[in-house]
Structure formats: C-alpha cells, structure tokens
Design a protein around this ligand. Structure first.
Ligand SMILES: Nc1ncnc2c1ncn2[C@@H]1O[C@H](COP(=O)(O)OP(=O)(O)O)[C@@H](O)[C@H]1O
Ligand SMILES: [Mg+2]
Length: 390
C-alpha cells in the first residue's frame, strides 16, 4: 500500500473516514456513554449489564470499551482471546458475544495481553474514531460506550466523534462521588452532550445470609442530586458480591443470577434507560429539542450558506433558548460534516445551493431558506420559533 504523506491526501483520507463515521452513526438509533468522575464506581459493571439486559430484550446492541489503558469489558464477558472477525467483503466487524450483542475494545488490537501502550492524546482520538468508522457494527438499537473515569481525552473524543451520544452518569452514595457527578454534569454541558440520567451504584447491601437489604453507606443521595441537577434518576443497584464474582467469571450478574434482587434492580435501570432514550429521541424528532445554526456576519445573518464560515448556534428546548454560542467552521472541513458534528438539527439561511441542501437533508438536518438577509440572527431565530418562517 502507498504511504499517505501529503497534507492533501491526508485530508482526503480523513474526509473518507468522516463519511464512513456518519454512515455508521446513522445506523445506530441510540448512543449512550457511561461516565463518572471517579474510577471504581462501577461504570464498566453497569455498562456491561445494561448492554446484556438490552440484548435480552431483543434489542441489537453494541458495547464499545474506550478505556484504552485498562479495558475491562473483554474480561467481564470472558472473551479475552477473541480476535476481530473479518467479513467476506473485507471489512472488520466487532466481536460477536451473542446474536444480539457485539463488543469491541482495544485489547484484541494489541499484540499481546500485557503490552503496555503509551497513548498520546492524538493517538487516542484516532483510535476511538477508528472504533466507530472502520469497524462494521451494522444496524444497532443501542451502542453503549464504556468510558474511563474523568473528563479526559476519551470522553471528549466520544463527545466530538459521536455528537448525539447521551451521557449516563454513574455514582456511588458517598459524598465525594456525588461531587464528582457535578463535574461530569458540567463537562456534558460544556461539550453539549445531553444527559440521559444518573444511576446510583453500590447503594445498600444485600445480605448474603438473609437476603435482606442493609444500608452500608447512606443512600438516596443520588436521587436528590438528580433532582437538584434536573436530570432523570435511572435507578439504584445494591452492593452485591455476586457482581464481582459474575464479572470475574465472565457472565454478568443480570444473566448469571436473573432471579436476584441485584438483577431486578439492573432490569429496572434497563427499563428506565429504554424509556429515557426514546423520550430524548422523540424530543428531536418532534422538534421539542433543536440545535439551530444560522450563518452570520457579526450579529446579522449572512447571505449564503455555501460560503459561510461563522455560525450562531442555538440550543432550543420546548421553545426556549437554553444556550447561544458562536462557532467558526474549521479550515479544510466540509460544512455538512461539521454541522452534523455540532449536532445541528436545523439550519436557517437566506440562500444555499441545491447540492448543499441535498447533502444536509441526507444527514437529517432540516433546512429553512428564505430568511431575510442582514436581520439579526436572534430575530431570525425568533421568527422561526414563532412559525413566521418555515
Ligand atoms: N453493585 C456492585 N456490588 C458489588 N461490587 C461491585 C458493584 N459494582 C461494581 N462492583 C465491583 O467494583 C469494582 C469496580 O467496578 P467497575 O465496574 O470496574 O468500575 P469502573 O468501571 O467505574 O472503574 C469491580 O471489582 C466490580 O466487580
Ligand atoms: Mg471501567
């Protein structure tokens, strides 16, 4: 194979990857990133049980482990030795766990089990992009993404690469952990990721002898915090030694002990996740949640979308503007791909070429043209929200 060296060729390669990325993402109805401020709160355990729980309800599920330093999903599924399947068409698929569940982590891509890889930021970004663009996941109802703790390169890359992913925050009842949730929540606000809700893990203890629940740490803090933040509370999962045993044995508790209280609690989380994702999805479908982009020249609407490089972006929920932002189209980036990356749902413009209109519509972005030139973008938005322009 020829080496790609020149800047221009590199851009072409990246642009092709962008297209594949968009094509793949369009085939996935819901994307959920499981995150927390701290390690050890049970993100991976929640992610894997959620993925299995959804697959047992006949959803098609993908589970992507973006923890590049310490992937834990292959071990939790007892599939550490598996290699990636190559399809007859030459594309590489994710590893098949069951007919409804596929997964991927960095592990099968590394030369040996204990190879220590030093990941610099840009390498992480490119690995995570490839996980989505270059792996054929097929059509999925859910892609669950297990992120390492904190708000570093990995969650940031997921937010940028999979802009319509929702965040599922995991916490434990201890105070420190609840403070960490606020950090994750603020991160989501900053990168404009919608928050699906909060799970309180290790909340109460199921006594192995009598089967009754014992309060280990004070619990209930998660629910109060969710209320404070105005996000959904998706459920609480008790401390149960079987979570560790089942995780180590490669059969997550929701499948290994389906009759247990813990499995019941996880199933409740699964049900709440299904309801919440559908609600967030419908908010977009039915226009209750919009991100509107308007090409601008200073404060006023610029004349043509094709040549625009500055945009006012508005987050609108139920007719109210939540956030206004101004963003510049980066150089050498195609407008349609960038708007999709910004999770733009609507574009208001004076004019645009037919080609661009088709491109945007094929990405599911609605285009409203005929906005009067040189009016303030805030006014254009108000007219649109009031139904004056359609
Ligand atoms: N509800 C639970 N009850 C008992 N142990 C748990 C529970 N949730 C997670 N664990 C255990 O805690 C440890 C950390 O969990 P893990 O899912 O790897 O956390 P994270 O991904 O946030 O670092 C693991 O050994 C796991 O088996
Ligand atoms: Mg983990």
């Amino acid at each position: 194979m020829q080496n790609v060296t020149t800047g221009e060729e590199k851009n072409i390669v990246l642009e092709q990857q962008d297209r594949r990325l968009q094509e793949q993402l369009q085939k996935i109805r819901h994307k959920i990133m499981v995150m927390s401020g701290k390690g050890g709160v049970g993100k991976s355990s929640i992610a894997v049980n959620l993925a299995i729980g959804l697959s047992l309800q006949d959803f098609m599920v993908g589970l992507l482990d973006v923890d590049l330093h310490g992937p834990s999903i292959p071990k939790m599924l007892n599939m550490r030795r598996e290699r990636l399947p190559r399809r007859p068409d030459g594309r590489i698929g994710a590893i098949v766990y069951s007919p409804n569940l596929k997964f991927l982590s960095i592990e099968p891509l590394l030369p040996s089990d204990d190879s220590a890889v030093i990941w610099r930021g840009p390498l992480k970004i490119s690995a995570i992009r490839q996980f989505v663009a270059d792996i054929d996941w097929g059509k999925l109802d859910y892609l669950i993404i297990d992120a390492p703790p904190g708000t570093g390169d990995e969650p940031l890359t997921v937010a940028k690469t999979i802009p319509d992913a929702y965040a599922l925050l995991v916490t434990t009842p201890q105070e420190v952990s609840l403070i960490d949730v606020r950090k994750s929540y603020n991160f989501c606000k900053k990168v404009k990721m919608r928050v699906l809700g909060l799970v309180e893990n290790m909340s109460g203890f199921i006594c192995p002898h009598c089967g009754k629940e014992v309060d280990l740490f004070k619990r209930g803090g998660g629910q109060r915090l969710a209320e404070d933040l105005g996000i959904r509370f998706l459920g609480r999962v008790p401390v149960d030694p079987r979570v560790v045993l089942a995780g180590d044995a490669g059969k997550p508790v929701i499948a290994a002990y389906p009759e247990s209280k813990t499995a019941e609690a996880l199933e409740e989380v699964v049900r709440n996740v299904v309801a919440a994702t559908e609600e967030l999805y419908r908010d977009v479908e039915e226009g209750r949640y919009m991100r509107v982009a308007i090409p601008v020249d200073g404060p006023v609407v610029s004349s043509n979308l094709d040549s625009a490089d500055l945009f006012a972006l508005y987050d609108v929920e139920k007719g109210q503007v939540l956030v206004k932002d101004v963003a510049k189209l980066p150089q050498n980036t195609s407008l349609d791909v960038w708007l999709k990356e910004q999770v733009v749902t609507h574009v208001l413009t004076t004019t645009l070429s037919e080609t661009l209109q088709k491109q945007l519509e094929s990405l599911g972005i609605r285009v409203v043209s005929g906005i009067p030139e040189k009016i303030k973008s805030d006014m254009a938005l108000q007219d649109f929200l009031a139904g004056i322009v359609k």
